[in-house]
Ligand binder design. Structure first.
Ligand code: AMP
Ligand code: MN
Ligand code: MN
Ligand code: MN
Length: 283
């Protein structure tokens, strides 16, 4: 959808632009509806609104929440990202985010501790410099960057592949709330719950379908459309699930600035005929 981007990060989490710079960049791209969706934080919104309020752009409140779901059959739990959008009553969600930020701070210390014997380096201080001393903002992107700066790996992706992605020795699960609770809190905040990047969780097609069904069953509102770089068959499967469960669609680039230079702000997939954009429901 031209002019709409409902999934972006600022340097409040693991993007590189400040919230104000993000709004300025969006204006340059001709974006008229922008959601700032930092990981487990709405702290950038005030700064972003300072710029947006006098400009021809609608700023939508948002956050990308790290939560979990499980298949009852195996009881294995999986991480999932839910984008919360357009909260009219932010307080309930702010309370959940305060908890999330505590988890983030503790987990960052744990990951750095696990990395010490693996790399011979304690990178915690370097990570803290990147977040201006605010440990509750640390993501694995910051940890990967610190490992590059220390020369432990050549590129951030290698840090994930060698140390910090699931299954690797310095992986620490994000022990967030369940999917149902997360959606309920977003609704208490009078916002919309969007399943972020459904094809990016390293799940089998069966599990992706199960996750979408579960999300719909818990009252989730919209599914983010997969980018055009995904295989057509995968995108069609998601389109079928959206239709089957009567879900709306969201579009977002997942822009992270220079941390992921291949992702362009405002570069979002096309909405297909018959699909309803969640932004049409914003008050
Ligand atoms: P965290 O929320 O701390 O687990 O950090 C998650 C962030 O790390 C994601 O939003 C991505 O920006 C980045 N990320 C996650 N997995 C990978 C991966 N395999 N390779 C590169 N970046 C990743
Ligand atoms: Mn990220
Ligand atoms: Mn995500
Ligand atoms: Mn994201």
């Amino acid at each position: 959808m031209q002019g709409v981007d409902l999934h972006t990060h600022s340097n409040i989490s693991d993007g590189t632009l400040s919230p104000a710079e993000l709004v300025a960049a969006a204006l340059e791209k001709g974006i008229h509806t922008l959601a700032l969706t930092d990981h487990d934080s709405m702290d950038g919104l005030i700064q972003a609104e300072q710029i947006a309020k006098s400009q021809p752009i609608r700023l939508i409140s948002g956050a990308e929440i790290s939560c979990q779901w499980a298949r009852p059959a195996t009881r294995k739990s999986y991480g999932v990202h839910i984008v919360a959008l357009n909260m009219q009553n932010p307080e309930p969600l702010q309370q959940l985010l305060a908890q999330q930020q505590k988890i983030r701070a503790e987990r960052a210390r744990q990951i750095c501790n696990l990395l010490i014997p693996l790399t011979g380096q304690d990178i915690y201080a370097d990570v803290m410099v990147q977040v201006d001393g605010q440990a509750d903002r640390i993501t694995r992107t910051h940890i990967a960057r610190a490992l590059v700066e220390k020369g432990v790996v050549a590129r951030p992706q290698q840090a994930f592949d060698k140390y910090i992605k699931e299954g690797k020795k310095a992986y620490v699960k994000f022990d967030g709330p369940g999917l149902a609770e997360t959606i309920a809190v977003i609704h208490q905040s009078q916002g919309f719950a969007v399943l972020a990047h459904p094809t990016r969780y390293d799940l089998s097609a069966t599990n992706v379908r199960y996750l979408i069904e579960l999300f719909a069953g818990h009252g989730g509102d919209a599914i983010e459309l997969p980018p055009a770089t995904e295989p057509a068959s995968t995108r069609q499967m998601v389109d079928r699930m959206i239709a089957q469960f009567n879900l709306k669609v969201s579009v977002g680039s997942d822009f992270h600035g220079e941390n992921m230079p291949w992702i362009k702000l405002g570069n979002v997939p096309k909405v297909h005929e018959g699909q309803a954009g969640i932004w049409e429901s914003f008050q």
